[in-house]
Design a protein around this ligand. Structure first.
Ligand code: ATP
Ligand code: MG
Length: 394
């Protein structure tokens, strides 16, 4: 008997019209992630199948792919006689402990001479005879025995490993993630990817006020996201000139508002160039002065592109929990300053006015500075890290 991996899609089945596109994308994403491993993949509308000699390794990789709801290890056998099926089930379940169970048979091959109901009955009876104190339970059984009769073989499978869920990455377009070294933005990126959005990231640095270590931290975070996104194209923008000019010419309580409007403008330009349909960031209502609704409104008016804030209504503790789960937390809490923290004034305005903001912005030729900042900016293609390697670059 050969082992085979069965993948179930779950939520995908809701998207009837686009199903083929979704499945093809999921298959491509799996193929990208399994590069260099020997395997075979094929699918129908219900499931995807992978045959490989590297079972454990493949399953570990599949656990990080969005659009997969369940990963099941199944067994494939070419013997299709009912007596053989009975024996195989008894053999395969011998190490499982349970007190009630259900047998579910599916005939993909409708020409098979025995009906699914009859097979269920024959196999269930054999299981009941083989052990004491067992009963059949059709609703929420402790243990599921699944049998599938196919044209050339029989598939057996029992327990499922939970997949990540969500949609296959790339099925819902591209987004530009504003990625800082903080706790929030990597989590926002993860949530975007989970919804099927392929992300690129943009990071604003201000050398010499910010260090290479701060930048490497962002690269490490991008590597963590690359696990789900395959690779992350990271745009690094030199923000020094703009920040210094803002600092020199603007009233202190409007520094953050205007600085963030500049970040939005640049993000929107890079997003349009890269055909990203929205900007994503880690803003959360009320977390800091620039994240009051009044501030967000004035900042948002700098651009037309939609800004999606997956964490808008999350508590910090909830965000931290996800950050720990996806392995970004320990990187995020490293001390290196990002460009915002260095310029934060003691009392930023929490109710900025748009008319004042526009007036102040006229004091500097910011379009020129923006043009200079994005002209030939650095682009880094960040791939999935090797186990724990990120420490090397910090
Ligand atoms: P984070 O923990 O993600 O850094 P934060 O709570 O520190 O967020 P802010 O510094 O106000 O909040 O930033 C809000 C959002 O703006 C961030 O989540 C991120 O998406 C974006 N952002 C801030 N600084 C940068 C930067 N240097 N480069 C790119 N994006 C940034
Ligand atoms: Mg920050």
């Amino acid at each position: 008997m050969e082992k085979i991996i069965i993948i179930k899609y779950g939520e995908l089945t809701l998207k009837k019209k686009n199903k083929n596109f979704f499945l093809k994308t999921l298959k491509n994403n799996i193929e990208e992630a399994l590069k260099g491993i020997d395997y075979q993949i094929y699918y129908d509308f219900g499931r995807m199948f992978i045959e490989t000699s590297k079972l454990e390794k493949v399953i570990d990789i599949l656990k990080n792919i969005f659009g997969i709801y369940e990963i099941i290890i199944g067994y494939k056998d070419e013997e299709r006689e009912i007596a053989k099926i009975k024996d195989q089930v008894l053999y395969l379940i011998k190490d499982y402990e349970f007190s009630n169970f259900r047998v579910s048979t599916k005939r993909s091959d409708k020409t098979y001479p025995i009906t699914s109901m009859e097979i269920n009955k024959i196999v269930a009876t054999a299981i009941l005879k083989s052990r004491n104190n067992l009963k059949v339970q059709l609703n929420e059984p402790e243990f599921n025995v699944n049998i599938e009769i196919r044209k050339k073989e029989v598939l057996y499978y029992f327990d499922a490993i939970k997949g990540l869920g969500g949609y296959p990455v790339g099925t819902l377009g591209k987004g530009m993630l504003m990625l800082s070294g903080g706790i929030d933005s990597p989590v926002a990126g993860y949530m975007a990817i989970k919804r099927g959005v392929k992300i690129e990231a943009i990071y604003f640095e201000s050398p010499p006020h910010t260090s290479d270590q701060a930048k490497n931290k962002v690269i490490s975070l991008a590597k963590k996201l690359a696990v789900y996104n395959n690779t992350v194209k990271l745009h690094v923008i030199n923000f020094t000139k703009i920040q210094e000019e803002i600092l020199k010419n603007m009233p202190r309580d409007y520094l953050i508002t205007i600085m963030r409007r500049m970040m939005y403008r640049i993000s929107a330009i890079i997003a349009s160039r890269e055909k990203a349909l929205a900007i994503f960031n880690g803003e959360s209502i009320g977390q800091v002065a620039s994240q009051t609704l009044a501030s967000m409104k004035v900042i948002n008016e700098a651009i037309k592109l939609p800004v999606i804030r997956p964490l808008a209504c999350f508590d910090k503790t909830e965000i931290m929990e996800i950050a720990r789960k996806i392995g970004t937390y320990d990187i995020s809490i490293l001390p290196y300053e990002d460009c915002c923290t260095i310029f934060v004034p003691p009392h930023p305005v929490i109710n900025p006015r748009l008319d004042k903001t526009l007036e102040y912005e006229k004091l500097i030729p910011y379009e020129e500075y923006i043009y200079e900042a994005i002209k030939g900016h650095e682009v880094i293609k960040v791939g999935v890290e090797e186990e724990n390697n990120y420490q090397d670059i910090l």
